[in-house]
Ligand binder design. Structure first.
Ligand code: 2AM
Length: 494
């Protein structure tokens, strides 16, 4: 038997690029790590990279038994394989060699209920389980991701020192990792993070569209603008990479590559899950839903081309033709519209998280989630600090937009926001994310909505009853009869 000092601190199974990079990141921080993959060539690849990247303390293993037995107890094993059945297969391959007290940490984008089922299954065998959201893409995995571990607190404690070192580090705010909560909370939080990411990307693409089509801005002007926005309150990873995208030339011809990319967006499912969950929990998430719908519509390229032809033939007017535009003002307005729209989108995501937390008893700390999203992940942004502070000021904050600081920012930006959306609507350029955010804001902030009329309709055709603003109780009225008789409605108290 090997001396215990030769055993690895931790193991990682599943060596596609994310797995390889996370393993190298862990080894790079001085934690000896064992790695394993079903197909052995990836083990060789990872061992080779560990050598090349500075003789990192990483050992490759070619059987699940050797792999598991090479890790010090209680063992912690991260698995990074495709979500769904491959995770179950990997767990059962490894579990036969695990001992009670060992832990499995699934780092994939798993549906949270699968994690909850696996927690029940592994608990029966004395195995601890974590479902850990990992954000930041391949680069984040190698150099510092945002980590969202949920499930067994003991399993978390066993790897806390490792996770705190490998996670992205944010100045004055610590490592981008925290224990999220019980059950599938880590996966759920990662799912909503991705939903918010859909919203951010959609809103940025709309800002681009308005600036390009209404403002007539060139790619180099756009690059400059996004670079300058990245030095403002909009500073974020997505704004930064967008500026870079506009700078890349097309290797096959004139101009920039961005103009040659087919306008069809792919997706893997977490955005859809977010919208489904919002609907399940009766949480309005219109900006995120609009982003998802826009991806669906983008997929109908041929239909859109056909529709474009049909409407041209039917005589649709080019509204923009010959219109003079104050570019500087437009750029500033779009910046404000983007920021205000973003606040509404984050408000929706945060409210979805709170609703799920209440349902499941996860006791999620929304301010802490904003903190661990400040670095490492795709939605990392300076603005998350304001969200963190808003929830620190008031943990029970009903909606981000009514935090006093955000409320002020919304008021300052709303005129510009309305100008941009109005201009886009007039020009026939769809801005579904910005429109959804603005409608969300305008609906949420109005003390009285036309919902009274909908209630009246429901009561008329379905006797669903209604409440009154001026007296308690539940009422039903014989609307049709009274209308025919031309009489005043006297609601019957139910
Ligand atoms: P592979 O290299 O043997 O295909 C992403 O696809 C990662 O998930 C890869 O490391 C892949 O291993 C792994 N993977 C996919 N399905 C798997 C399964 N059923 N069992 C184990 N690993 C699997």
């Amino acid at each position: 038997m090997e001396a215990s000092t030769a055993l690895s601190r931790i193991g990682l199974a599943g060596l596609a690029v994310m797995g390889q990079n996370l393993a190298l990141n862990i080894a790079d921080h001085g934690f000896p790590i064992s790695v394993y993959n079903r197909t052995s060539s990836k083990v060789d690849e990872t061992v080779h990279r560990a050598e090349q990247e500075g003789h990192l303390p990483l050992t490759g293993h070619y059987t699940p038994r050797d792999f598991v037995l090479s890790i010090q107890r209680p063992r912690s094993i991260i698995i990074l394989v495709k979500a769904g059945a491959p995770v179950d297969q990997t767990i059962s391959t490894l579990a036969q060699f695990l001992s009670p007290g060992d832990a499995i940490i699934d780092g994939g984008n798993e549906w949270y209920e699968n994690t909850e089922r696996r927690i029940r299954e592994t608990t029966e065998r004395g195995i601890l389980y974590l479902g850990m959201g990992v954000s930041g893409g391949e680069d984040g995995a190698r150099h510092g991701p945002s980590l969202m571990p949920g499930g067994s607190f003991d399993a978390y404690k066993n790897v806390e020192d490792v996770l705190q070192k490998v996670a992205a580090q944010v100045k004055d705010d610590g490592p981008c990792v925290t224990y999220i909560g019980e059950g599938g909370s880590g996966n759920f939080v990662k799912m909503v993070h991705n939903g918010i990411e859909y919203g951010d990307m959609q809103l940025i693409s709309e800002a681009y569209d308005v600036l390009k089509i209404v403002g007539g801005l060139s790619n180099s002007e756009l690059a400059e603008i996004f670079d300058s926005w990245n030095r403002s309150e909009l500073e974020s990873f997505l704004i930064e990479i967008t500026a870079d995208i506009f700078k890349v030339k097309d290797e096959f011809g004139d101009g920039e590559l961005v103009d040659k990319i087919l306008d069809k967006t792919g997706m893997k499912g977490t955005g859809k899950w977010t919208v489904q969950q919002a609907a399940e929990l009766s949480i309005a998430a219109p900006t995120i839903a609009a982003s998802l719908d826009c991806r669906y519509l983008s997929g109908l390229k041929e239909e859109r081309e056909n529709a474009s032809r049909v409407f041209k033939e039917a005589g649709i007017a080019e509204v923009l033709a010959g219109r003079a535009i104050d570019k500087k003002r437009l750029v500033d307005d779009v910046k404000q519209a983007l920021y205000a729209s973003k606040i509404c989108s984050y408000a929706q995501g945060m409210n979805l998280l709170r609703a799920k937390s209440d349902e499941k008893g996860w006791n999620l700390n929304l301010g802490e989630l904003a903190r661990i999203w400040k670095g490492g992940c795709i939605i990392r942004a300076v603005f998350l600090d304001r969200i963190k502070k808003a929830y620190e000021r008031n943990r029970g904050l009903a909606n981000l937009v009514v935090d006093p600081d955000f409320a002020k920012e919304m008021v300052q930006r709303q005129a510009a926001w309305r100008r941009v959306v109005g201009m886009a609507i007039e020009a026939g350029i769809s801005t579904p994310g910005m429109c959804a955010s603005l409608a969300y804001f305008d609906t949420y902030r109005r003390a009285r909505l036309p919902a009274n009329l909908v209630q009246a309709q429901r009561d008329l055709f379905g006797a669903h009853t209604y409440e009154r603003v001026d007296r308690p109780g539940s009422f039903h009225t014989e609307w049709t009869k009274l209308a025919k008789e031309g009489k005043a409605g006297v609601g019957a108290l139910n």
